[in-house]
Design a protein around this ligand. Sequence first.
Ligand code: ADP
Length: 601
Amino acid sequence: MDEVQRSRKPLIFYYGIFMLILMLFNFIVLPWILQRQIREVDYGTFMSMTENSQIGQVQVQHNQIIFTNKENTVLYKTGIMNDPGLVDRLYSSGAEFTSEIIEQMSPFLSILLSWVLPIIIIIGVGQYMAKKFMNKAGGGNALTFGKSNAKIYVQSLEGIKFSDVAGADEAKESLTEIVDYLHNPEKYKEIGASMPKGVLLVGPPGTGKTMLAKAVAGESNVPFFSIAGSEFVEMFVGMGASKVRDLFKQAKEKAPCIVFIDEIDAIGKKRDGNFGGNDEREQTLNQLLTEMDGFEENTGVVILAATNRPESLDPALTRPGRFDRRVPVDLPDLKGREEILKVHAKKTKLAEDVDFNKIARMASGASGAELANIINEAALRAVRDNRYLVTQADLEESIEVVIAGYQKKNAILSDEEKWAVAYHEIGHALVAAKQSNSAPVQKITIIPRTSGALGYTMQVDEGDRYLMSKEEIENRIATFTGGRAAEEVALGSMTTGASNDIEQATKLARAMITRFGMSEEFGMVAMETVNNQYLGGDTSLACSAETQAKIDKAVVAIINKQHEKARKILMDNRGKLDELAKHLYEKETITGTEFMEIVNA
Ligand code: ADP
């Protein structure tokens, strides 16, 4: 797509440039040109011309003498000599003393160079810039403040289409209607149906919201205005509002078209009664609300907006008549992940052994942007190794790079630490494997990563999971505690390596009680609410202090019970634990198959 951005230089900028050019001409170019016209002669010639009364005008400067012939047609210069009677001799020869000899010599040239030429240049450059930037951007005047700096993507053949957006079938389906409307608004007008003015795309970062909006424009073959919510908010109060006005004015001129506002929560946050709030943001929001009400239905302008914090939006913005349609764009499921990988791998040269299904299963929970990144990392790895094809191993390694960072080449663990990490990781894997409901282990490694992980156990689910039973959650908690349990069982000590496991196990156990209603004591009462569904899912407690204390106790009880279970599993399989840990210690990375062979041997 051709991207065109509007110029927004204020008037003062152009005045500045004009003055600069003017000064340049008057102080440098003009004197230089005139200097070049002057003929240099020796002092003797000057003296004899004075004797013979051949001098017309003369100007004695501190380091040179400039003079003309009697007819004032030729300009001469010569150096200064210690010549006391010079002035008298010049006077008696009839020379005319002057201080502006050069300007008088060529008044026309000097006016031309110092005034006319700079003006012509400025007008020429101005015209060129105006033509270049304005025409495509829909006309308008560059010399004004408060212009929206929306980028316009003028439709071209390489525009993004729905087929470029893999997965997200439901979202595409809802948006197809918009495309149809933009193609054929009459059909809708006739029957009296009106298109939603605004569509809100909500979902976690990197799931393809921007891409979908571009694809709508690409499919409908209409101009696409794109602006980020934060671009409206400026230092000066009132600028945001004027940008909104300008954006809608442009959009209406270009209708049918699509306006895309990314990260709309930057301006669309709930207005609250707090003093010292952000005036600028509120004014901008108010203007947006007014503009959205202001344009009639079926004008052909459709506003798409994206956010990953829909709960923070002002209710006035999401009411029918403004953003009345909400399209969720969720993290891709297994099939979606596989498709996204395939779309991004189109340009990549792949080896025969690449199995996208397996990669998609390994990358559970990854967003479209992360999957695109995985493919790219794999390609980079192949280049680093001087290979022409991307292999399955490249892809698997790049998942680890995206999840855990690069391998730390020179992190040296002491022998003791290495044993501790080996036992820790085998502890997780063995507890997972011995509980029938846990997912099988894909890979265990004790090579430190740049993320700080000293080792990890990678589990791969067979398919997508939408529900988890209470037992499965408990087993998962037991698996989290398995690392520490192995250290205790085998080494009789504890290390700091379990901190992340502890955090995750605690989160799960707490959620069991406060959100999933899985404890007998509290039953189906919500004690916690999720704040940012799409951004990490922080929670806030909504219960009394006494209940909180009780919940804490219950969480401890759940985790202790699972920890005990994990310890028991490991003690019952002490032989295997030692054998596996030794194997891992020696090889540093073992696959799931190797692991299971030893377990089942
Ligand atoms: P968002 O706006 O939701 O944060 P983007 O639309 O900017 O995400 O997506 C970022 C990048 O991720 C895209 O440029 C694309 O390469 C990749 N991507 C995300 N989702 C998909 C998808 N469904 N199909 C193909 N590529 C995707």
